[in-house]
Design a protein around this ligand. Structure first.
Ligand SMILES: *[C@@H]1O[C@H](CO)[C@@H](O)[C@H](O)[C@H]1NC(C)=O
Ligand SMILES: *[C@@H]1O[C@H](CO)[C@@H](O)[C@H](O)[C@H]1NC(C)=O
Length: 148
């Protein structure tokens, strides 16, 4: 009897929770968005959905976590470069079929000149793999399609 009751409570609790999750509006979870300096390189490594992602610095990383919070997603957690570069997260080979992408990589020359260049990749997977293998962060979401 007691156990049945407990079961009911758990069941109801689960349903209520589910309902709450469906109607939760996260869009106000995080409103602090900073302007980040793309030329300040202080890489943050993280594994997101089993893919190693490299962020140019903590500002970009924080902004991405802010946007994730607003989409009700859990925050990304920084990890070590070694962990991120494991073959399962930073693959040498990517499966075919995904569309090509164009990503913007900022750089700073030794004389202090800053700039950025668009680079084309066969797919998002090839791009992310390039980024982690070369410890080079792209800034902003890559554009789908060829670089123009
Ligand atoms: C969430 O809340 C914001 C502001 O309160 C509103 O603009 C937006 O339309 C809401 N979204 C949903 C899916 O209810
Ligand atoms: C820095 O080096 C680049 C490439 O060598 C050159 O084009 C640029 O004019 C230099 N900038 C300054 C401020 O010296």
């Amino acid at each position: 009897m007691y156990f049945k009751f407990l079961f009911l409570i758990v069941l109801l609790g689960g349903l209520l929770h589910l309902n709450e999750a469906q109607t939760t509006n996260c869009s106000n979870n995080c409103i602090l968005r900073a302007r980040c300096n793309p030329y300040f390189k202080d890489l943050v490594w993280t594994v997101v959905d089993r893919v190693c992602r490299v962020y140019q610095n903590g500002c970009f990383f924080g902004n991405e976590n802010c946007m994730r919070a607003n989409r009700c997603l859990p925050p990304m957690v920084a990890t070590s470069r070694e962990e991120c570069m494991k073959e399962i997260y930073c693959p040498r080979m990517c499966s075919r079929g995904a569309p090509p992408v164009c990503a913007w990589f900022p750089y700073t020359l030794s004389n202090g000149t800053t700039g950025g260049r668009d680079m084309a990749f066969g797919s998002r997977c090839v791009l992310d793999s390039y980024a982690c293998r070369n410890a080079q962060a792209y800034v902003n979401e890559p554009r789908i399609g060829r670089c123009t």
